[in-house]
Design a protein around this ligand. Structure first.
Ligand code: CP
Ligand code: NVA
Length: 301
C-alpha cells in the first residue's frame, strides 16, 4: 500500500523532531491551546486481542474530543478470532474507517496490518513494544521536570515490551537509560545492538541499585505481562528488582516514579512508592489521553 500512509508503529521509526512535535501537540491539547474538532467525522477502529483499561478508554475519549468516534472490536467481536486473515481485515477496515489501532500479541500482526491497510495503523501494544505509553511517559516527565534530554531514566524489572519502547525513546529523545534486569529477563540483544549503533546511552546491569543511583526518573512494570505463562519463575527472579523506599532513596531527591499501570502493589513496587509523594502515575495515566490525541492528529493530518 501507499508508503505515504502515516502509521504510528514504533518510536524508532521516527526522527527526534517529529516525536518532539507530537509531545508539544499533546501538551497543547492538554493546556487548551489547541481546541476545536480537527478530526470531525473521522472513525478510529480499535482491535483488542488483549485486555485494556487505559488504552481503550483514552483512545475512545480522545478521538471523540477531536470530533471523531471509535468502533471497538474485542477479541470475540470480529472474524479475526475465526481465522479471517489480518491482510483481509486490513483491506476491509480501510474501506470503513480512517485509522486502526491494534493491541495484539505478535508484533508481526501489527506489521502485516500496516502493510495491507490504506489508512494509518497505530500500535496499541504488542508483546514487543508499547510506544503510545512511552510518549505519555515522556510528556509526563517533561511536565514535572523539564526536558528529558540529558537526564537519567532507571528501569528495574522485566526486560519487556515497555523496555523496548524506553530504549527507542532514549535514542530519539537523547537521555541515558539504565536498565536493571535479571539475566533471564533481559531485553533482546538485537535491541541493544540497534541502540549502540545509534549511539544511544543505554546501560544494562543486573544490579538495581546501580541503575537507580542518582536517576531523575525511576520506573518499572509488572513481573508477569499479559500472555506470560511462567509466573512462578518471574516472581522468583524479579523480586530483587522491586522499587521500594530504599531504591527511591538512591535516586536523586527530586526523582519521579512512573508505572504504566496496571500495578501490583508489594510486587514490582511498594504502596509507599506508588502512592507516595514522588509518584506521578495518575498524571502519567491522564497523559495517555493527551499524547494519543497528538498521535491521532499526526496520523490523520
Ligand atoms: N498502560 C496501559 O496500556 O494500560 P491498559 O493495559 O489498561 O491499556
Ligand atoms: N508489560 C505489560 C504492559 C501493560 C500495559 C503487558 O504487556 O502486560
Amino acid at each position: 500500500m501507499s508508503n505515504t500512509v502515516k502509521h504510528f508503529l514504533d518510536i524508532d521509526r521516527f526522527d527526534g523532531a517529529t516525536l518532539r512535535a507530537m509531545i508539544e501537540q499533546g501538551l497543547s491539547f492538554k493546556n487548551g491551546k489547541t481546541n476545536g474538532t480537527p478530526l470531525k467525522g473521522k472513525t478510529l477502529v480499535m482491535i483488542f486481542e488483549k485486555p485494556s483499561t487505559r488504552t481503550r478508554v483514552s483512545f475512545e475519549v480522545g478521538i471523540q474530543q477531536l470530533g471523531g468516534h471509535a468502533v471497538v472490536l474485542g477479541e470475540r467481536d470480529s472474524q479475526l478470532g475465526r481465522g479471517e486473515s489480518i491482510a483481509d481485515t486490513a483491506r476491509v477496515l480501510s474501506r470503513y474507517g480512517d485509522a486502526i489501532m491494534i493491541r495484539t500479541d505478535d508484533p508481526e500482526k501489527l506489521i502485516e496490518l500496516s502493510a495491507h491497510a490504506s489508512i494509518p495503523v497505530i500500535n496499541g501494544l504488542t508483546n514487543d513494544s508499547h510506544p503510545c505509553q512511552i510518549m505519555a511517559d515522556i510528556m509526563t516527565f517533561e511536565e514535572h521536570r523539564g526536558s528529558i534530554a540529558g537526564k537519567t531514566v532507571a528501569w528495574s524489572g522485566d526486560g519487556n515490551n515497555m523496555v523496548t519502547s524506553w530504549v527507542h525513546a532514549a535514542v530519539r529523545f537523547g537521555f541515558t537509560l539504565r536498565l536493571a534486569c535479571p539475566d533471564t529477563f533481559r531485553p533482546a540483544q538485537a535491541l541493544l545492538d540497534w541502540a549502540a549503533g545509534e549511539k544511544g546511552d543505554i546501560v544494562l546491569t543486573a544490579d538495581p541499585a546501580e541503575a537507580v543511583k542518582d536517576a531523575d526518573l525511576v520506573t518499572t512494570d509488572v513481573w508477569v505481562s499479559m500472555g506470560d505463562e511462567d509466573a512462578d519463575k518471574r516472581h522468583q527472579k524479579l523480586s530483587p528488582y522491586q522499587i521500594n523506599d530504599r531504591m527511591m532513596g538512591l535516586a536523586k531527591p527530586d526523582a519521579v516514579f512512573m508505572h504504566c499501570l496496571p500495578a501490583h502493589r508489594e510486587e514490582e513496587v511498594t504502596a509507599s512508592v506508588i502512592d507516595g509523594p514522588q509518584s506521578v502515575v495518575w498524571d502519567e495515566a491522564e497523559n495517555r489521553l493527551h499524547a494519543q490525541k497528538a498521535i491521532l492528529a499526526w496520523c490523520l493530518s
